[in-house]
Ligand binder design. Structure first.
Ligand code: KQY
Length: 382
């Protein structure tokens, strides 16, 4: 009886330690930049045939190439469903850890935790509310309950305490410079399909409370035709505090040109949390790229899931890369433009290896390499 009571008390204590009631800002935490050192990277295994063509097999090969490229630089864990776990482990090979983890699709950036670090270097995770990029108003699939449990499960496996954020947000909707500045888009975070009862100021305050940021820089729209309602992670990101890479379409007749130019002007006018101006580096865009009839016909049609149509513009962007320790894993999307993008990335990150991975199959599912990955920062304390 005593033993039972003791273990009950210990369990309750463990639970309250694992679920933090305060906020990262109140606890002195900050969200590191992706360019800071990582403990590792998490991904999910694609399988749903109503998003990935040909029973998800081409996408699985692309995810394998991404996971293996990252695993050269830092540990990678891939969550797969019970029925796909063995297939995933066989295809991913011995350098990638595979764990059983149920999800509705494979966008770890968005359904995984956003990690923050305390002043003593302790890593904790933020578990945002998730509604499949818009809920019943333009969301991409229904239901999404398994996705909504992924962040919590990752934090349990990693043994990290969890903050539960009271707002809908996705990891791809925010970029941090690690020094108190957050980059976001109005199109996504002010979209009524995310937090219809919250105004701009309340959303900004919650972003600050749950990332430790002091300054939020608002860009306007995200990449043209981006089905996430304009995630920042397809449009712009930090190279380091004070320096931003921006997806820039030079062709004035392309609808993306206006979006790039508006973002460029806002970034040049902005000041970061340190009060400094930003250097903005333009990264050319691939394409324009479109879904072919053959590609669209390989995707099963199902009620409740976004339909894929031949001729649809794809939201292709070279900004959608991942930064493992010591490298840039970039999407190869357009043979006419990949080399130029690679050169600019090398100039921006001279000390990192640039590793290109063919990524059209990921793009066909609506995102890219950044969207399918989520880093756990190294932190540095006890
Ligand atoms: O941009 C991202 N972070 C995710 C893309 C999700 C696309 C879902 N089909």
């Amino acid at each position: 009886m005593l033993a039972q009571r003791t273990s009950g008390t210990r369990l309750a204590r463990m639970f309250s330690m694992a679920n933090l009631r305060s906020t990262p800002a109140a606890d002195g935490c900050r969200m590191p930049g992706e360019f800071e050192p990582h403990r590792g990277c998490w991904m999910l295994w694609p399988q749903r045939p109503d998003n990935w063509r040909n029973a998800a097999q081409p996408a699985q090969r692309a995810f394998v190439a991404v996971a293996r490229a990252i695993a050269r630089f830092e540990p990678v864990t891939v969550g797969a469903s019970a029925e796909q776990r063995d297939v995933a482990a066989r295809l991913l090979g011995p350098r990638v850890r595979v764990v059983e983890l149920a999800s509705d699709d494979a966008w770890m950036r968005d359904v995984g935790p956003t990690c923050v670090v305390s002043r003593r270097g302790v890593v904790r995770g933020v578990d945002w509310r998730f509604n499949a990029w818009g809920g019943l108003d333009g969301g991409l699939y229904f239901p999404w309950d398994q996705d909504a449990r992924v962040a919590r499960r990752v934090l349990e496996i990693e043994g990290l305490p969890r903050y539960r954020a009271p707002m809908v947000c996705e990891g791809g909707a925010i970029h941090s410079d690690g020094a108190g500045t957050l980059l976001v888009t109005e199109q996504c975070l002010l979209n009524p399909n995310r937090n219809p009862t919250l105004g701009r100021q309340r959303i900004e305050n919650l972003l600050k409370a749950y990332t430790g940021a002091r300054t939020v820089i608002w860009l306007g729209d995200g990449v043209w035709a981006d089905e996430t309602s304009g995630h920042i992670d397809n449009l712009a990101c930090f190279v380091a505090p004070g320096c931003v890479l921006l997806a820039y379409e030079e062709n004035r007749r392309d609808p993306m040109h206006r979006i790039s130019r508006d973002a460029y002007e806002r970034l040049l006018a902005a000041r970061d949390a340190r009060g400094e101006r930003l250097q903005v580096v333009k990264l050319p865009m691939p394409g324009p790229l479109y879904m072919t009839a053959r590609e669209a016909s390989g995707v099963q049609r199902r009620r409740g899931a976004k339909r894929r149509r031949a001729g649809e513009r794809l939201a292709a962007s070279y900004v959608n890369f991942y930064l493992p320790n010591g490298a840039v894993v970039m999407p190869l999307l357009d043979a006419r433009k990949d080399a130029a993008a690679r050169r600019i990335l090398k100039q921006a990150f001279p000390d990192r290896r640039i590793v290109g991975v063919p990524a059209r199959e990921i793009l066909l599912g609506g995102g890219n390499i950044h969207c399918i990955t989520q880093q756990i920062p190294l932190g540095g304390g006890a």
